[in-house]
Design a protein around this ligand. Structure first.
Ligand code: SAM
Length: 259
């Protein structure tokens, strides 16, 4: 690794702490024929431990210059694709697995696109363990009524239960980044309330359109009597804001408005 030039544009801050790697590994339980996808293996600190699990490991790394370092791992259950994860078609690489998990220590600026890509792939990824910027973790795991709770929190909560495993100090990375991180776990919700997802999320986006405005102002084009009736079931009213509502409340509103 001595001559390697770290690339800021790829968010290359490599994890150096064994305890944090242990925490990630200890959160993985292998069941059946499993594939673990690692996004951004970097210098392989985590990959080296993943290959010891009873699972195939598929990595996507954007930076070809990490190949000499990653080649040292050389394990029969490991495959590394040197491509941008955001541009590949996941379905090209994945066939015949009972369980698929995603593990990633990802640059903060691609956290949302990566999660969206995984959800849209419809691959039924059972869980993800993600290292993300601490503020992003707060946003993804926010509860209704908090400032961090927004459209993407609701979107994610439809598919996954999000919990924080731990905060991770910036000092545990090399080079040391400007922000602290947090480790989060996303577990798939097997029994979701079924909705037309495209229409539903368009509606949720409308509810959050002007975040500081109350729900009445964001839903003027709908029948506000219906909106008010639904909200009153949950002790809310038209002056509440979208950030006050749970996923179930959004679904009830959406269904009642017959959108
Ligand atoms: N997993 C390693 C660790 O924990 O130390 C490295 C983490 S580092 C924060 C992020 C890694 O993601 C880097 O190796 C970087 O090159 C890679 N990366 C950044 N953007 C990527 C993308 N779009 N697709 C695949 N890998 C990417």
């Amino acid at each position: 690794m001595s001559e390697f030039r770290f690339k800021k544009r790829y968010g290359q801050n490599f994890l150096t702490d064994k305890n944090t790697i242990d925490k990630i590994i200890n959160n993985i339980k292998i069941i059946g024929k499993t594939l673990i996808i690692e996004i951004g293996p970097g210098n392989g600190a985590l990959t080296k431990r993943l290959v010891q699990l009873n699972s195939d490991i598929l990595c996507f790394e954007i930076d070809q210059e990490l190949k000499p370092e990653l080649d040292k791992i050389n394990s029969p259950n490991l495959k590394i694709i040197y491509k941008d994860f955001l541009t590949i078609d996941l379905l090209d690489y994945i066939k015949g697995y009972e369980e698929i998990y995603v593990i990633a220590n990802i640059p903060y600026y691609i956290t949302t696109p990566i999660i969206e890509k995984i959800i849209k792939s419809k691959l039924n990824i059972k869980f993800m363990i993600l290292m993300v910027q601490k503020e992003v973790a707060d946003r993804l795991s926010a509860k209704p009524g908090s400032n961090d709770y927004g459209y993407f929190t609701v979107y994610l909560s439809y598919y996954y239960t999000v919990s924080k495993i731990s905060n991770v100090s910036r000092k545990l990375f090399y080079p040391v980044p400007n922000v602290d991180s947090a480790l989060i776990k996303l577990e798939i919700k097997e029994n979701r309330i079924k909705v037309d997802e495209e229409k539903f999320f368009k509606f949720v986006k409308e509810c959050f359109r002007f975040k500081r405005k109350n729900i009445k102002n964001n839903l003027l084009k709908y029948d506000l009597n219906i909106v008010n009736n639904v909200l009153s079931k949950y002790n809310h009213n038209l002056s509440n804001r979208a950030e006050d509502f749970t996923l179930v409340e959004f679904i009830d509103l959406f269904n009642s408005l017959n959108i």
